[in-house]
Design a protein around this ligand. Structure first.
Ligand SMILES: Cc1cc2nc3c(=O)[nH]c(=O)nc-3n(C[C@H](O)[C@H](O)[C@H](O)COP(=O)(O)OP(=O)(O)OC[C@H]3O[C@@H](n4cnc5c(N)ncnc54)[C@H](O)[C@@H]3O)c2cc1C
Length: 336
């Protein structure tokens, strides 16, 4: 049984920053994440994209932001249970929550902070036969590092911003060949990105295959080709080292949906006083929560984490006085 003061579900930017703010109040934290690495969306979806609205960083790569947060929280020695999904919650007779993961790891804490973002990451997968046989052998649902595709023949599917942006990026001297397949002739993405893709197609720098869907995958032990079917002109094969269907992530709350919390459109309702849910002792911060005026931005999640830990402290130590001390005065005194 792992015991801590605040058990954080989700090691995205907001979960990570909670460790820092809690640490300043001498509260210990442990984080659970179903992904094998911390950073949430920043690490999993867009580690190489620059973010421009983190205070004092005119520009920072999302992956770099995760590294900086890990450095900032290091003095507070957080524990991590990575690659495991928080599944069940119950209370023991000492008013502590027990959270058990899909692998049976048990955690015990008086306070729970749900920082589960979009929920468990579940990419929308196309209904293609034998697809699972090629996953991580040429079929990927997220582009983590564009360098992985250097000199390769890449087929991207999708009509949204991710598909358009990565097509443009990989066509700029990274991949040997880029083919964008979309089932319609119009795109949902930003008009500027659509225009860039059209210009690249006209210049012969990418293959644009519209009104088509990938219907088959093939290869010996790894992906070597995809089959595309046109609405009217039948099927053809495209030689490919990689196929990246970018159909988005389905927002699934996952097991948390069964924790008796007030849910509104896949988000957890909270009181903006302290970001507590309808269950006392369970808080929700970052992208996972909702309240009037909510903005799904990292900056807002940091603010929520800061207020949340103040309330958590009072819950854990109802008789202690809490005085706000500046870090410039008090410094950052980590745990031994
Ligand atoms: C392409 C893109 C660009 C963006 N650009 C910006 C930007 O410029 N500025 C900005 O402020 N924001 C931006 N965002 C949004 C920003 O990334 C999110 O606001 C931020 O990641 C939310 O952080 P979070 O910690 O709440 O959740 P997340 O980053 O979503 O992390 C949540 C974590 O919880 C885990 N989890 C969920 N359920 C469970 C469970 N049951 N058990 C265990 N683990 C679980 C997930 O695996 C995940 O790692 C962008 C998002 C995208 C996709």
């Amino acid at each position: 049984m792992i015991q801590t003061d605040i058990l954080i579900i989700g090691a995205g930017p907001c979960g990570l920053f909670t460790v820092f703010e809690a640490g300043l109040l001498k509260l210990r934290c442990h984080l659970i994440d179903s992904l094998p690495q911390p950073g949430g969306q920043c690490s999993e979806i867009y580690p190489k994209k620059p973010i421009f609205d983190i205070p004092a960083y005119p520009e920072i790569l999302a992956g770099e932001l995760t590294d900086k947060l890990m450095e900032q929280i290091a003095p507070f020695k957080p524990g991590f249970t990575l690659g495991e999904r928080a599944e069940f919650i119950e209370k023991d007779d000492e008013d502590q929550f027990i959270v058990t993961t899909n692998r049976g790891t048990k955690h015990r804490a008086p306070v729970i902070a749900i920082a589960a973002g979009l929920g468990c990451f579940e990419p929308r997968k196309p209904p293609v036969e034998d697809l699972a046989d090629y996953e991580d052998k040429g079929v990927e649902y997220i582009i983590k590092d564009p360098e992985f595709y250097r000199g390769k023949k890449v087929v991207i599917s999708g009509g949204g911003d991710s598909a358009l942006d990565w097509t443009v990026f990989l066509a700029d001297g990274v991949a040997e060949e880029v083919t964008l397949v979309h089932r319609r002739s119009g795109f949902r993405g930003h008009p500027d990105s659509v225009q860039k893709v059209m210009d690249l197609a006209e210049a012969g720098k990418i293959n644009l295959v519209v009104n088509c869907e990938v219907t088959g995958v093939g290869g010996e032990g790894k992906l070597e080709k995809v089959v595309v079917k046109h609405k009217t002109d039948g099927e053809k094969e495209i030689v490919a080292d990689h196929w990246v269907p970018l159909f988005g992530l389905s927002p699934k709350l996952g097991p948390i949906a069964d924790w008796d919390l007030n849910i509104n459109k896949n988000s957890i309702e909270v009181d903006t006083l302290d970001y507590q849910t309808n269950v006392p002792g369970i808080y929700a911060i970052g992208d996972i929560n909702t309240y009037p005026g909510k903005l799904k931005l990292i900056l807002c999640g940091f603010h929520e984490a800061t207020l949340m830990v103040q309330s958590a402290f009072k819950r854990i130590y109802p008789d202690k006085n809490l005085v706000l001390k500046y870090t410039t005065v008090n410094g950052v005194n980590g745990f031994e």
